[in-house]
Write a protein that binds this ligand. Structure first.
Ligand SMILES: [Zn+2]
Length: 373
């Protein structure tokens, strides 16, 4: 048991700007260096605002990191599309609440590089995405992949934001983090974007954690109403990344049966719990309870959540019945797994969620539970 233990800092400290502090004020207080650090993706020394005395271990402060950026709203999907920029406005409004905002610290998202994207996707996919968007195409040419002029920049910063959140959590700059990013990512496979997703941000974050921070084992838990086929594909033969998903079945994208458990060395490191429409607290919290037991063997060093809120009751793209309280309880369960095995290191990423008021209240319940940790 490794509860509330100081964690060692790996690599550079991340630049963390308190929510509510303007970028200008942040620049003033840190002599500009920390902000420049964030903007350049960390291509300089430790940020003064976050520097520690040599040899002093990072302690875990109480704040929850929040990754957000105006670019995430510039990925345009067209009129009437459920995966719209308004989703982030709804979440931002909910997170501005008096009992949430003061407990958040902004984590500046970097832009992922092509090399980062290639940790999980093949070069043909990256080039295809860059080319189509560069040509001004309205879709990537695959189903449910509407894009606009700024979609490549947004997708690179969605993956990069998740990487920055991992850096901030591993360095102990924030207790945990939520990434309010678009486009979502869990349907993106090594070779194909699909289902509103361009690049698989949670997968890139997992690989980044392993590559940069020498983290051995990563858990990705996915409570989106849809199966994260892309994340499953990327890690299907990999025993170092455990993928767990609860999702509606039969439903888009059609994958994620209980029999899909991994391949080769990865056998036993994928766990799917599909449920019929109408499933809710009992089924899904029950499945996450099973996951907690399985994690006593796997012992993740980092916990990532594909937080889709389309599994909430009333979502137009799903038939599950989870409530805001259920999302708070699921979050609590994930925090316990993180505390027990991973020094509390947990990063959550927005995936789906399409009923704006429900998305906002569920995300707020989730973040409040992260804060409460
Ligand atoms: Zn979904």
């Amino acid at each position: 048991m490794a509860t509330a233990q100081p964690i060692p800092a790996h690599g550079r400290a991340a630049a963390v700007r308190p929510v509510g502090m303007s970028r200008r004020e942040f620049m003033r207080r840190t002599g500009g260096a920390a902000a420049a650090f964030a903007l350049t993706g960390g291509a300089m020394g430790d940020a003064p605002a976050t520097a520690r005395r040599k040899g002093q271990p990072a302690t875990r402060p109480g704040k929850t990191g929040l990754v957000s950026d105006p670019i995430y709203k510039k990925h345009k999907t067209g009129p009437g599309h459920p995966e719209s920029p308004k989703r982030l406005d709804a979440i931002a409004q909910a997170l501005a609440a008096r009992d949430i905002a003061p407990h958040l610290a902004a984590v500046e998202p970097r832009a992922a590089t092509k090399q980062d994207i290639l940790l999980c996707h093949n070069e043909a996919l990256y080039d295809h995405v860059a080319e189509r968007i560069g040509e001004g195409a309205a879709t990537l040419g695959w189903a449910d992949t509407n894009v606009s002029a700024d979609s490549l920049t947004a997708a690179m910063k969605a993956a990069g934001g998740a990487m920055s959140a991992v850096d901030a959590v591993v360095a102990g700059e924030v207790a945990n983090a939520f990434c309010a990013v678009r486009p979502p990512g869990h349907h993106a496979t090594p070779s194909k974007s699909m289902g509103f997703c361009v690049f698989n941000s949670v997968a890139v974050a997992a690989r980044h954690a392993q590559a940069k921070h020498k983290i051995a084992r990563v858990l990705i838990a996915d409570w989106d109403v849809h199966h994260g086929n892309g994340t499953q594909d990327i890690f299907y033969a990999d025993p170092t990344v455990f993928y767990f998903s609860t999702h509606q079945s039969p439903w888009y994208p059609g994958t994620g049966t209980k029999a899909e458990t991994g391949r080769g060395k990865g056998e036993g490191f994928t766990m799917n719990r599909p449920f019929a429409a109408g499933a809710g607290r009992k089924e899904i919290l029950g499945a996450f309870g099973e996951l907690a037991v399985r994690m006593d063997e796997f012992k993740p060093d980092l916990v990532l959540i594909s937080a889709g809120f389309d599994s909430r009751k009333g979502d137009p793209l799903g038939g599950f019945t989870l409530t805001d309280e259920d999302f708070a309880d699921l979050t609590g369960l994930m925090l316990r797994i993180a505390r027990e095995h991973a020094h509390g290191r947990l990063v959550s990423l927005l995936e789906g969620g399409y009923a704006l008021p429900g998305l906002a209240s569920a995300a707020a319940a989730h973040v409040k539970a992260l804060i409460g940790s």
